[in-house]
Design a binder for this molecule. Structure first.
Ligand code: ASP
Ligand code: MG
Length: 477
């Protein structure tokens, strides 16, 4: 029996999983830059790559499918042309003939899948979530083929790998959850041969598959999540998320020009930030690496020498108090008030049960038991679904006049101050109130998590920019 070489030992070569986002692979030039980064690091470390679709491609695919399902037989044909053209252009510019001979037929297969699916959708005038997942993640299939081929043609052994062979998920199409144990086993097994031979796997982000092998997706922006799922499965030393900004910032620089990069934040802070609107990270990204305490770096592929932000298991920085301010600018506050016959626990139970039926996230929750009032904030985009569910759940109460009302207040923003070290630092809420008050900004509602990781304020949408700015100034971020 031939004894295979062991996978390179970790003590010699650390394993880094590098995920590149849509802008980082958005053109031939950008893909070339990715290949340079990977080739450079592959000299010192073992690298596994996860890629997003080229920027804008996923949107384009979803739009085409939607239009096709409305019976439109023309629009998707334009998308087909653009899809073929954008990827073909990269191959033309960067690949030698021999590589083109391998890759072009694979790109063509993806385009044929697109065509067959869309023509089906337009015939039956329907697109199911399941079919949408297969279609919407074709961009990743194409970009992975290209990046692997570019690496090979520059002398770095690489192979495209479809994540449907690695990531096993449930069948919640559109936002599937990985089954971690199976994913770990499958990922390790499928990649072992490549790793042994020193071949860089270039894995499709965003997609996975059910146990039966049906393609699923992890939700929009889910390639970050793919990166840490693969990192966790392979027990990577680090996961690097390459994006188009220098790291996680103290605030959105469009709201606060003086915002700066945070060199380090903790897992809980990153989770909180991504939940409350920071676009830099998909909100589930940290979860797969938590147990193994794998550091996650956010880096800028447009500025690769900038160190970026390191997301570490717990905060050990010297900065006390507030670390960053984030905001959700399009939110609404829902207020439910019950009459005495409807006890507060029952009011709350029925409300959250209604929200759970569609898994609608709340941004903040406050209550007044004495008045039997429950108040919570949701994303503006969820308001219609929330109202419909609540009206259904409380139909009887409303009919019998137990319930006073369901009120919706729109044009609300939630401003959130985040920092693990706020715990035990007195006066933070007071200072934040004070500064908002001095600037004439009235607070609609307040909530502080018992973990003291964040304090949230609801303000009018029109006040969001000013609120973030003055709190940022107050805490000298
Ligand atoms: N391409 C997918 C999206 O645009 C996944 C990702 O880029 O993270 O949502
Ligand atoms: Mg992203």
């Amino acid at each position: 029996m031939v004894k295979e070489n062991p996978i390179p030992s970790k003590s010699k070569r650390p394993l880094i999983v590098m995920k590149f986002g849509g802008t980082s692979v958005g053109s031939a030039e950008r893909m070339k830059n990715v290949a340079e980064i990977v080739a450079d690091h592959a000299q010192r470390a073992e690298v596994a790559v996860v890629v997003s679709a080229m920027g804008g491609v996923t949107d384009m695919l979803i739009r085409a499918a939607t239009q096709a399902s409305q019976g439109d037989r023309e629009q998707w044909k334009n998308v087909r042309r653009e899809l073929a053209h954008r990827h073909r252009e990269v191959a033309d510019q960067l690949l030698k003939a021999a590589e083109q001979a391998i890759v072009l037929p694979r790109l063509a297969d993806a385009v044929t899948d697109f065509e067959n699916l869309c023509s089906g959708f337009s015939l039956v005038r329907e697109v199911t979530p399941r079919a949408m997942d297969t279609l919407s993640s074709l961009g990743e299939v194409m970009s992975a083929q290209l990046v692997a081929a570019i690496l090979r043609s520059r002398g770095t052994p690489a192979e495209a790998v479809d994540a449907t062979e690695l990531i096993v998920t449930d069948d919640n199409f559109g936002s599937a959850t990985p089954l971690f144990e199976e994913t770990h086993a499958q990922t390790r097994q499928r990649l072992a041969g490549l790793r042994r031979r020193g071949v860089v796997p270039v894995i499709t982000g965003f997609r996975g598959a059910t146990r039966q092998g049906v393609c699923t997706t992890l939700g929009r922006g889910g390639s970050d999540y793919s990166g840490t799922i693969v990192g966790g499965a392979l027990d990577a030393d680090e996961v690097w998320i390459w994006t188009d900004v220098d790291g996680v910032m103290t605030a959105d620089p469009r709201l606060v020009p003086g915002a700066r990069i945070l060199p380090e934040i903790s897992y809980p802070e990153a989770i909180e930030l991504s939940f409350f609107g920071a676009k830099v990270l998909h909100h589930k990204t940290i979860q797969p690496v938590m147990k193994k305490k794998i550091p996650v770096w956010i880096k800028n592929s447009f500025n690769p020498t900038c160190p970026g932000t390191c997301i570490v298991p717990s905060a050990n920085s010297s900065q006390r108090g507030v670390k960053a301010i984030t905001s959700v600018s399009k939110a609404a506050i829902i207020t439910l008030s019950g009459k005495d016959a409807l006890s507060f626990p029952r009011l709350a139970a029925k409300t959250f049960n209604a929200l759970s039926l569609e898994d609608i996230p709340t941004l903040m929750v406050t209550q007044s038991s004495a008045d039997n009032v429950l108040c919570f904030a949701v994303h503006e985009a969820d308001v219609r679904r929330v109202k419909a569910q609540l009206e259904k759940s409380f139909e009887l109460e409303m009919l019998h006049d137990y319930m006073v009302a369901i009120e919706v207040m729109s044009h609300v923003a939630i401003v959130v101050a985040i920092g693990e070290d706020m715990k035990g630092t007195p006066g933070i809420a007071g200072r934040a109130f004070g500064v908002l008050g001095r600037h004439g900004i009235s607070i609609i509602a307040i909530a502080q998590g018992s973990s003291e990781l964040s304090i949230s304020f609801a303000v009018k949408s029109a006040d969001v920019k000013e609120s973030v700015k003055v709190i940022h100034e107050e805490f000298k971020l």
